[in-house]
Structures are given as C-alpha cells and as structure tokens.
Design a protein around this ligand. Structure first.
Ligand code: PLP
Length: 393
C-alpha cells in the first residue's frame, strides 16, 4: 500500500483525524449546548491539516503572530481563531479582537493595547487564569510547587488588577476565562478540579462571561487511558449548575487530535556489522523527525519487508539508526529478528504531535508529507524542503 511513496515521508490519515475530532465533539455536545474545538497549531502546523480541520468545523488555536498569520493564510477568518500566548503582535492582536476572535490576554502589554482599540463598539476579550497544579490538584502535581509562568494569578493580586483594567476600559468587556495546563497524568480529575477552580474565581468576582476555554493536554487513542467521554464528564461535573447552561465550552486539544493521524515512513539505506553480534541498520529517517526531544526508547512501528521474510537469517541484535551523523541517532533495537535489507521500510505510527513543528533543518531538510484520503489514495500535500528554500533571498 505504501509502495509508491517516496521516503522519508509523513503520512496524514484524514479519516483518523476526522474520527478524533468528531469523537471529542460528540462527547462534549451530548453534555453541553455550546462547544468549540480549537486545533492547536503549534502541535502540528501542516497547512493541509489546518485547512482540513477548518472543514471539520474546528477553530485554529494560535500562540504567536506567525501562527495567527498562518491560520489566516490557511483560510481562517478572525472569528474562527483563538489567539493565546505572550507572542502576539499589537497589529494582529487588534485585528483579532476587532474581527471577533477569541483573544485571551496573556502578557501585560496587551492590557495597554486594549486602549488602542477603536471605540465603535464594545469588544469581547478573554483572560488566562494562572494555575498552580500543586494547589489545584496535588495528585497531578510535579513536586510541591507546580506553578506556571502563564496567565494572571489570583494568588497574587495580578488577576484582580487585570480585571480592574478591563472594567475601567469602556471599549471592552470580559467575555471568557482561559485555563491550560498539561499534567503528566492527563487525568480527568485534574480537569474537573481546574475547572472547579475557575468556577470559584468566576463566583468570587461575580463574572458574567460567555465562555470557558479549558485548553489542551488530553490523551487521544491509548487503550486503558481516559477517553473523550471521561474528559467531557469531568468538565460537566464542575459545570452542572444551571447558571452555566449557556456557557460555551472551548477545548484546545493538540496531542489528542494530531498524534494518531500521522505516520512516518523511512527506508533502510545501509547495513553495517561492527562485531559478531551487532548489526547497524541505517535508515533515511531520523529521531529528529519523530522524537524531537530524544526521549523515546521505542515506537508504535511496523516493518515492511521488501520481499519474503521467511528466507531470511535471524540476527541476534540489530540497531535501527537514523540518517544523521549523531552517534545517538538510534531509534530502536531488534533482538533475534529476521535480518533487515536495504529497501525494507519502517512505518512509525502515532507521530503527529510536536514532530513536524519541532524538527530542525539538520543535515537533511524536512521530509515530504502525503495525505491519505477516504478514497484510499495518497496525494502529496507538501513536498520535501529543498536547499533553495533556505537560501537567503
Ligand atoms: C500547547 C497548547 C495546547 C495543546 O496542548 P496539548 O498538550 O498538545 O493538548 C493547547 N492550548 C494552549 C494554550 C497550548 O499552549
């Protein structure tokens, strides 16, 4: 099935992506009247995937002026964008607010920019609330003081000060609250508690808001891990008071939606033996493509033999390596396994999150990307980058 693809390459499975989006949406829509899903652009910014997400009714969740512009160029109108993070530009901030985007305040300079909005109408603005996991959900915390550098803190006086600035500004109203923390456990209980904390803050300041944006950090497809239904139920548990019936629930999944639809295909290009037992298998892929933090020890992988594996001698130890000159660009080890040959291929599944957006242009530039459509056909949706692309203009 992958025979005609040129390696190395990523493969975007459209049906798998659609399954994730509709699964999460259905879990939420059966519990809440108003739901919005923001596709986390930083997790996988492939333009084709962004455009596909828009066709499925997702918003684009962006965290910089560059990502904002990318989303605009991929067809998102401002009111289809969620604009987060400290790296907004004033120009795109004002365009987004005026255009009806969900804009969540993160940096203090944005409070100053509010003064420069046109005064033809009252603009909606959201604000990110700082979350200390140790205080909100100790079981999910990393250490005694799992604090965050994001959002305005209600444990200092900064959240209150920001509210005051918004209140005093006749051109804006507070329309929403944003929270986002990713925990190691990714436990539904954490979401129940962090939303519970947001509810406490809403009541403390008697906020009359339209949305709560719960951020990302969810599991996607793994068996025996929390499901979309578990997360939706956890959110519901903290928002079941009738006063929240009209609240719009926004989620910003990155990993949960983009990991499983992407696979990476590489090919064996050389074989080496360095002693009686140790065989190195060089491939045209690299950990830089699929393990950008160099932390993984194994992968959800399939080996595609170019011919029958039955006749092959089994080898005690094969170390499958990448194409870079890094000695530690070693992907995984095969023990007592049929000897691989040049031309065999390795398919790595579930590699769409924080890979394409984080790989460096190191030694070999970015690989090509194919999309696998419902019709079972592959099409090239991004060619490999070429040296000409990085020559200064
Ligand atoms: C990174 C990020 C996300 C996505 O996080 P995942 O852990 O990949 O789900 C969502 N919202 C914000 C604000 C982020 O920074």
């Amino acid at each position: 099935m992958y025979k005609n693809l040129q390696t190395p390459c990523f493969i975007f499975n459209e049906m798998e992506f659609e399954r994730g989006v509709s699964g999460f949406r259905e879990a939420l829509e059966s519990r809440f009247a108003n739901v919005k899903i923001g596709y986390s652009v930083k997790t996988n910014s492939l333009p084709y995937a962004l455009q596909f997400a828009r066709q499925l009714g997702c918003m684009a969740e962006v965290v910089s002026h560059d990502e904002y512009r990318l989303a605009r160029l991929c067809g998102y109108n401002p009111d289809e964008i969620i604009y987060n993070g400290p790296m907004k530009s004033k120009e795109t901030f004002i365009e987004a607010v005026v255009g009806g985007a969900i804009v969540n305040l993160e940096a203090k300079r944005e409070l100053d920019w509010l003064d420069e909005l046109p005064d033809n109408k009252i603009h909606n603005i959201g604000i990110r609330l700082n979350i200390n996991i140790s205080h909100v959900s100790p079981e999910d915390a990393d250490g005694e003081d799992d604090n965050s550098r994001f959002g305005f803190s209600d444990e200092s006086d900064e959240f209150k000060e920001a509210l005051n600035r918004i209140e005093l500004n006749s051109k804006v109203r507070l329309a929403g609250l944003h929270i986002h923390r990713t925990t190691h456990s990714r436990s539904p209980l954490f979401y129940e508690r962090s939303v519970g904390y947001a509810v406490k803050v809403i009541r403390k300041y008697d906020l009359n808001i339209d949305y709560i944006d719960v951020g990302g950090g969810y599991f996607g497809i793994f068996p025996n891990k929390p499901t979309f239904t578990d997360y939706a139920e956890a959110l519901r548990n903290s928002l079941d008071d009738p006063e929240f019936n009209n609240l719009t629930i926004i989620i910003e999944p990155g990993n949960a939606l983009t990991a499983s639809p992407f696979s990476f295909l590489s090919e064996v290009i050389d074989l080496k033996r360095v002693d009686s037992d140790t065989h190195f298998v060089t491939t045209d892929g690299s950990r830089n493509d699929i393990d950008t933090f160099f932390k993984k020890t194994d992968y959800l992988k399939e080996i595609i033999f170019k011919d029958s594996k039955g006749q092959r001698e089994r080898l005690p130890l094969q170390i499958v390596t990448g194409c870079t000159c890094l000695e530690y660009d070693r992907l995984f080890t095969l023990r007592d396994f049929p000897g691989l040959k040049v031309g065999d291929r390795i398919l790595y599944n579930n590699v769409g999150a924080y890979t394409l957006t984080l790989s460096p242009q190191f030694i070999r530039l970015w690989p090509r990307v194919y999309a696998l459509g419902k019709d079972g056909e592959f099409k090239l949706v991004r060619r490999e980058s070429q040296v000409e692309d990085i020559l200064s203009k």
